[in-house]
Design a protein around this ligand. Sequence first.
Ligand SMILES: Cc1cc2nc3c(=O)[nH]c(=O)nc-3n(C[C@H](O)[C@H](O)[C@H](O)COP(=O)(O)OP(=O)(O)OC[C@H]3O[C@@H](n4cnc5c(N)ncnc54)[C@H](O)[C@@H]3O)c2cc1C
Length: 509
Amino acid sequence: MEDASALDTKPETPSGIVEEATTNKAHGIRTGEQYLEGLRDDREIWTKGARVADVTIEPGMRGGAETLASFLDNQHTEAFRDTVTYVDDDGDRCAMAYKVPKSKEDVLARGRAYYEWAKWSNGMFGRTPDYKNASLMAFASATSFLAQGTKGNADFANNMTSFYDYARKNDKVLTHTLVNPSVNFQQAASGKFSDKVALQVVKETDAGIVVNGARLLATLGPLADEIEVFPSTLLRADEDNIPFAFAFAIPIATPGLKLMCRDTYDHEKSHFDAPLSSRYEEMDAVVIFENVFVPWERVFMYGEPHLCNQAFNTTNAVIHMMHQVACSKLAKAEFIVGILCSIAKATGRDKDLYTKGLIAEVMQMTESVRAMLFSAEAQSHEDQYGNFVPLRGPIDTSRNVFPKMYPRMIEIMQMLGSSSLMATPAEADFSNEMSHDVQQYFQLTNLESKDRVALYRLAHDVAISGFGTRQALYERFFFGPPALMASGYYDLYDKEPLMGRVDDLLAKA
Ligand SMILES: Cc1cc2nc3c(=O)[nH]c(=O)nc-3n(C[C@H](O)[C@H](O)[C@H](O)COP(=O)(O)OP(=O)(O)OC[C@H]3O[C@@H](n4cnc5c(N)ncnc54)[C@H](O)[C@@H]3O)c2cc1C
């Protein structure tokens, strides 16, 4: 396992990146090349029936790695540096999502950083590192919560702040895996896990714990440095569930940790032919733990289901994650509006009532997300740890409705795109013996043939391709099962005053 001594290695400064005199460059944000170098380790990644030797050159994975590397480089540029990073008390420049918000202005600064990160992929690289950084910041600044853990001499709060500093000062890219697989829905619904498949502690030693089993799912897993293994499903506070109750983080390259990837959607096409999947394949993987050793220093909760059940809510990690999500969904929704308007203009249908009505529906969804985000940020307030959080209600609403909005946006893109989404000759057809035909037959009133094909290939990658379909599935589920999120929302909603008004009226009758 890497340790904090890695902090002492001074990174090289690649060309084209602004060098800062004011900060201690031994620590803090990394360059893309440093990130890629870190991925070249012993990680056990499986895809297409074989183990991957090096994710940074693996066809179908390398595109995503290169894209994320370019985003990390952006952190160093004059254009973005002040938006997406901050200088900490040691003079180290770190990612903004790690900054503990001590004022409303800090919350707003964090929001601007999330939005900027999301714009780099127009929301199509869903799991940018700021998502996990936001949650880690919240856990590390809610130490009194973790300090309630009572296992032996373990200092869970200190373990968390050390991990936060390690990840922050080394600009580590994190993924997480929260959900146990189940073999029987009734068993899962009754709050019990299957010891055949669910991740559980099988051994405890003076040095740490040994875990065995599987977890669903780790987006970005193969391209991350570290994985957080936290509880999200509610655990019944029952003796049987103690082996399933824990939170820890380990490097992806930990012995015994295996990531089983889905098929890639990046078929190594050109950016013209596959504008999104050639760039933003972030990969999802089932995570298998074969007797994986986790040292105590990396354990944050253990054997206490009641603590695990409260973790994301009581630390407010879930609110900070919702904030990142609302900002990134706004960038994504704006992009969808942009594509739809470009299609309408290209076809001359931007004067058509039906077309405008459909696009207006997407515009209204986009503006709803913006309004909810604005409302939450404007009503930021101090929490029980002395940190500032956006108001939960509006961004909780956003995270509950966006999974329904996004599939509707895609449906509208399919309705407006129709057969043009299939009229997609390849880039090569513009320079082979078909070039005259494609120039002739693919033109539109307001677009040259090649530009039309480029636009519809983009729409295809959003609304039709394997990449696009996975995006829709991601939006439906990545934050958890919709029914469970809605149930939590219902529980938190301030219902009493509204029911009181009903009672008042009925009392008058
Ligand atoms: C693309 C993608 C990326 C993901 N990335 C990650 C990741 O990085 N890390 C991670 O930890 N997880 C990730 N997930 C997993 C995600 O957290 C789960 O998909 C989600 O929590 C739902 O759990 P499940 O898939 O087991 O579905 P299930 O819980 O089996 O749900 C299936 C359906 O049943 C419904 N349902 C479930 N319980 C109930 C109930 N009690 N009553 C009524 N209906 C119910 C659900 O709403 C859903 O419609 C990802 C998922 C996807 C699709």
